[in-house]
Design a protein around this ligand. Structure first.
Ligand SMILES: [Zn+2]
Length: 82
């Protein structure tokens, strides 16, 4: 393998663990204990703004680990995905 930056053959390939955020939906338990009363209250007091926030606002994120190979040039330190 050759380095795309400097052309050196001295390239080390390693497995990298990458953390990615994934959307998480509310559980059934959440809807039974909180959602059934919290959502109508939110609608009564915030109505449309709450709807807009729900549509375009930030959602709860779940951390997901993804492993993939990464090449590291030993000569110039350049890294890229394999
Ligand atoms: Zn290089």
């Amino acid at each position: 393998m050759k380095c795309p930056k400097c052309g050196s053959e001295n390239v080390n390939v390693q497995v990298v663990n990458e953390i990615q955020l994934k959307n998480q939906h509310h559980s059934i338990i959440w809807w039974l204990f909180i959602g059934c009363w919290w959502v109508p209250i939110k609608w009564i007091f915030l109505t449309l703004p709450a709807f807009i926030v729900k549509l375009f606002g930030h959602k709860k994120k779940k951390i997901k680990n993804i492993t993939h190979s990464k090449a590291v040039c030993q000569s110039c330190g350049y890294t890229w995905n394999v």
